[in-house]
Design a protein around this ligand. Structure first.
Ligand SMILES: [Zn+2]
Ligand SMILES: [Zn+2]
Length: 419
């Protein structure tokens, strides 16, 4: 019979990669808690309208990348392509703005986009998502970038850069629209099909296109950044000042617009040259009108998302102080009876003891211990039981010694050999 396999663009995560995911999550959680963020979990499935209204129906995500279907009840449902829309829905539904002046939230989970699968890009992928509601002061914009740098430094990530820009507010954007449309009208022959459509509906997103011709077309274009209104200019200047106070280095990239309609003022991306053409692995920005547009009061917001798959490709992080692994090789039924007391003693003290479940030859058990990268092997056979001792062998130090056969002595010997 033919075996059933995962869907195209979907995959299993296990082994070393799973461990990396956990390290990334645990490190992030650690700093989120220190900075007063609360964790929430929101559904992966929502009404389609939530995403078309928030993300904008002229965006790539909504136009071609959503997993949308009609359920048995006739409702159009969508697997979330990003987290912000759902977090805003939660914020409004729970009336969080009545309960607290500032809401700092984070959520970790799977997102779904019907994209062409490519390196580091999957149809189900993982994001660590952070959102802050109720702060218009750009101090929080800088604080979020500092938070990101704390996490990346802890993950020992080098060679990343932070790019920032301002995409302004309705006031400066309205004034700029005509300018940019007039410019791109003269470059029509260079634009791809998608960008020709964008020119009618949301011309700013032409800057987001990765096609060569379109990038060339933007070369002499006016930038929104140079047409910011007074308020947006001041906001950006003080954002840079706060970044300086946090000692965060960032580069201004006037081309940076982000692919979603809801952003206002500050936008940013964290990129790594080790990721190839699509080098961003963290992206975010401010969305001061989104809560209101979703039917709530005018409350500003800002957030970012970490692409876990992409970050795990470039981090070399390992658990800092992993306890040594001890492998118990036993020969015979009598010897097997010693597993439980030794295991209990090890685990209750936070030490790891592995063993094989079925009886195997000593040679096979040693090979297994080696493949597990065990630091120590305990060897227990009939002879040792008779003499009431066990052999402790160091796999790295290449020595072995006899230790009294009781759990306390064994653990004590392992601990003192580790130090
Ligand atoms: Zn403005
Ligand atoms: Zn294009």
């Amino acid at each position: 019979m033919e075996k059933i396999r995962t869907l195209r663009g979907f995959r299993d995560i296990f082994g070393e990669e799973m461990e990396k995911f956990r390290i990334i999550e645990d490190t992030s959680r650690h700093y989120f808690k220190l900075l007063g963020f609360n964790e929430i979990e929101i559904p992966a499935l929502e009404k389609t309208e939530l995403f078309t209204r928030s993300i904008g129906d002229a965006t790539d995500i909504v136009e071609k990348e959503m997993f949308t279907f009609v359920d048995a009840g006739g409702d159009s449902l969508t697997l979330r392509p990003e987290a912000t829309a759902g977090v805003v829905r939660f914020y409004l539904q729970e009336g969080m703005y009545v309960k607290e002046r500032v809401s700092k939230l984070f959520t970790i989970g799977s997102m779904f986009r019907h994209e062409r699968p490519q390196k580091g890009r999957f149809r189900q992928f993982h994001q660590i998502d952070v959102e802050v509601f109720g702060v218009s002061d750009p101090f929080i914009d800088a604080e979020l970038l500092w938070l990101i740098s704390l996490i990346l430094d802890k993950l020992m990530l080098e060679g990343y850069s932070i790019e920032v820009n301002s995409v302004g507010c309705r006031v400066c954007r309205n004034g700029f629209r005509d300018k940019v449309v007039a410019y791109f009208e003269t470059k029509r022959d260079m634009l791809c099909e998608d960008c020709l459509r964008r020119l009618e509906r949301s011309p700013l997103r032409i800057f987001d296109c990765k096609k060569e011709g379109c990038i060339k077309a933007t070369e002499e274009s006016p930038f929104l950044f140079d047409s910011l209104c007074k308020d947006c200019n001041e906001h950006f200047d003080s954002f840079l000042d706060y970044l300086g106070q946090f000692k965060i280095k960032a580069t201004l990239n006037k081309r940076l617009v982000r692919g979603l309609d809801y952003y206002t003022k500050t936008v940013f991306e964290v990129t790594s040259e080790n990721l190839g053409a699509q080098k961003a692995f963290i992206a975010g920005g401010r969305y001061d009108n989104l809560v209101e547009e979703m039917g709530g009061p005018p409350i500003p917001g800002i957030g970012f998302a970490i692409g876990v798959e992409r970050l795990s490709l470039i981090t070399s992080a390992r658990r800092p102080s992993e306890v040594p692994l001890t492998y118990l090789a036993y020969l015979g039924k009598d010897a097997k009876r010693y597993i439980v007391p030794i295991l209990e003693r090890f685990v209750s003290s936070g030490y790891r003891l592995f063993y094989s479940y079925e009886e195997k030859s000593l040679k096979s058990q040693m090979r297994y211990a080696d493949s597990l990268n065990a630091e120590f092997v305990l060897i227990l056979g009939e002879d040792e039981i008779k003499k009431n001792l066990i052999i402790l062998r160091s796999m790295r130090g290449k020595w072995q010694k006899e230790v009294p056969l009781n759990p306390d002595s064994i653990l004590k010997e392992v601990i003192s050999s580790t130090l």
